[in-house]
Design a protein around this ligand. Sequence first.
Ligand SMILES: *[C@@H]1O[C@H](CO)[C@@H](O)[C@H](O)[C@H]1NC(C)=O
Ligand SMILES: *[C@@H]1O[C@H](CO)[C@@H](O)[C@H](O)[C@H]1NC(C)=O
Length: 392
Amino acid sequence: MRMQGRRARSAAAAATALWLVLLLPAMAVSGRAVKKDGPRRWAAEPWRGRSALDNGLGRTPPMGWNSWNHFQCKIDENMIRETANAVVATGLASLGYKYINLDDCWAELNRNSQGNLVPKASTFPSGIKALADYVHEKGLKLGIYSDAGTQTCSKTMPGSLGYEEQDAKTFASWGIDYLKYDNCNNQNINLQQRGQEDPATWAGSVGNSWRTTGDIEDNWNSMTSRADQNDQWASYAGPGGWNDPDMLEVGNGGMTIEEYRSHFGIWALAKAPLLIGCDVRSMSNETFAILSNSEVIDVNQDELGVQGKKVKSKSNLEVWAGPLSGGRVAVVLWNRGASQASLTADWSEIGLNPSTVVDARDLWEHSTASAEGNLTATVASHASKMYVLTPK
Ligand SMILES: *[C@@H]1O[C@H](CO)[C@@H](O)[C@H](O)[C@H]1NC(C)=O
Ligand SMILES: *[C@@H]1O[C@H](CO)[C@@H](O)[C@H](O)[C@H]1NC(C)=O
């Protein structure tokens, strides 16, 4: 959320948004399968031991759209319906973008006499159930937003503090598929119990993804810093629970096409939720080309579910990489410097044996070349190259 009051809060305090799909205080905690199939470099890492929410959801990172980054509080049911239409008509839905998620500001300021949340009459006159029905008929899913405090971050609607069970039942009765649960105005109640800090360390038992950063803004510095903050929690991610460096800004206008391509590629590699944050009803062809790159999406949705990480950084020249199923490796060569440069990923840095020969698939050029020992490319300032390496 980009509310003013919230900005004053610490990053950690602002960083608690859970994807709670079981709409009860569900504590279905299970052990977690040991990762398999990855190159030695990753397989040998210490197991951090997360308790995954075993609700069958989020086996790969969630994909969809959320209203906040572009619209903030200016949302209404017509716009949401048009967005659902556009997600289907453009083909984004068939690429996996299934969740249409309302963020803050969908409800009246006050609960009704029974204590229930009430959809805002001026903007959601048909109610949320009707919206869920509409979205479901299009083969999509509807997400909603609440907050662990007395009011949400915008302070235009109530939070769920003291009404957790009741609100969960309301959401379930409407057919909601996804809950984003924020942490504003929480009265500092049971801070320890709530585990407000560092949700990656605890949220896996109650949600399918959790924020690792404060809110993203539509600019290069914000985007790169979210990527870096999120990177340190990599070992906590896996099927059933994902680190969230916040939603995509691709298409909102504050970054260049190359910067947005880097944003999307790094989010995909890091197994971040891919939640589109622009107006898909009027996105440019360039924006669509980024969001619809199925080869990049495939990296994000790979069944192995291991978060790729920054494995080398020198003078703003970075190599990010991670294992994929089938012994493949995803690599991003990211030039965060101010001028064009040559970047190299050596096999020893990305978990391959030095003698391995691979097919290196360039996911933006859609071309394949053979490589051995390293991958080297000239990369423009703020641009990146993204590859999947398949050992021959
Ligand atoms: C955008 O893509 C559409 C569909 O492929 C095409 O008809 C249109 O000419 C493109 N617009 C621009 C400005 O390139
Ligand atoms: C990359 O590997 C090739 C051999 O395939 C070698 O000639 C070249 O020196 C290597 N480049 C770097 C930067 O290590």
